[in-house]
Design a binder for this molecule. Sequence first.
Ligand SMILES: Nc1nc2c(ncn2[C@@H]2O[C@H](COP(=O)(O)OP(=O)(O)OP(=O)(O)O)[C@@H](O)[C@H]2O)c(=O)[nH]1
Ligand SMILES: [Mg+2]
Ligand SMILES: [Mg+2]
Ligand SMILES: [Zn+2]
Length: 390
Amino acid sequence: MNIKNIIKSFELNKPIIIWDEKKEVEADFVFPAEMVNEEIINFFVKKGKGLLCLASEEDYLLSQGFFKLPTNNLDTLKTNYFITVDYISTNTGISTKDRAITIKKIATGKNISEFKYPGHIQLLGSIGINNRKGHTETSVELMKFLGYKPFSVLIEILDKNGDSHNYEYIKSISSKYNIPLINVEEIYVEAIKKQLYVKPVAEAKLPTKYGNFKIIGFENNFDNKEHFAIYKGDLKKEPLHVRIHSECVTGDVLSSKKCDCGSQLHLAMQKINNIGDGLIIYLRQEGRDIGITNKIRAYELQDKGLDTVEANLEIGMPIDNRNYAIAAQILKSLDIKNIILMTNNPDKVYQLKKYGINVIREEFHNGEITKENNYYLKIKKTKMNHKIKL
Ligand SMILES: Nc1nc2c(ncn2[C@@H]2O[C@H](COP(=O)(O)OP(=O)(O)OP(=O)(O)O)[C@@H](O)[C@H]2O)c(=O)[nH]1
Ligand SMILES: [Mg+2]
Ligand SMILES: [Mg+2]
Ligand SMILES: [Zn+2]
């Protein structure tokens, strides 16, 4: 993401385009609300043609007295619509001049007492990029880390025929007007690198069968799950040995032989105890983050002959739903940047690097191979590209 180009575009009174390939190429023009003017609104409604919206943080809007529209919850995209408003001194509210005034007034901190409603500016509440990766959240987040006030104006782009979701058209608009095209995912990654949603809040001794460790608890505003970490020695050691372990209650707690999880966890504890310095992050991502009940559903199908990949797909779940942004956040909260990662899973390495962690190298980390987990591990190796030695 080229931040200079984005700011340059705004300074030339041009928007940027934020697009989302996952939502079948939804693309919106986006501009900082604090800089809005008639000319840009005119461009938005002429070339964008969708619904003109002003996005801001939900908590802020609520604190200013703006409120949400009732919903029957049938909108699967979960757009967080607030009321529509016009600034009190506007005329009909619909002219580009009126709309620019309304937007500016919201961005300068006016509260609901100075607005008429319903009106012509649709308000949207951002619930944070960690909770939802929509245009609302990404555009507000982008404003924040570019140093603008956290208010964005946005409008969905419809093509010549009035259709949305046309990537070729969006690319052509971007090059015709020389407007930077930015992906939702790029903004998400940048937010994970720049912001800190997690902080260590408690630490205690944890003597174990495998050595004397310390355990750390976190305040987590990222996904609100109770992830924790254990470590031994000096966390300042560089590069630090790190194991990022996803919860497997059947393997870790019940000593199930169906997988290698419990043995991998204990091996990591033994290794770190021997090395003297290292960290294990225990992520509450049961069942590759589909939850224990879904994992049991998948196990039921595996009893009937499906493999671990087919079973997840059969119950309508992704093969692997894990996002390691939270692991990158925990490392960042502990001031750890350079690591040796104990894993056979290339996706852990790929994602951590993407989120700004310097994985100096990966250390092969085989658990116990049993007759019960052999087929499962073979599938992980062949279908999920894990570097398991069988
Ligand atoms: N959905 C599903 N999840 C499983 C199955 N078997 C194990 N898991 C989950 O897979 C995850 C394994 O976590 P890890 O051992 O940290 O990760 P990994 O992908 O094996 O990668 P490395 O061990 O680092 O090489 C845990 O969340 C388990 O609960 C299965 O058959 N189906
Ligand atoms: Mg939209
Ligand atoms: Mg594993
Ligand atoms: Zn397991």
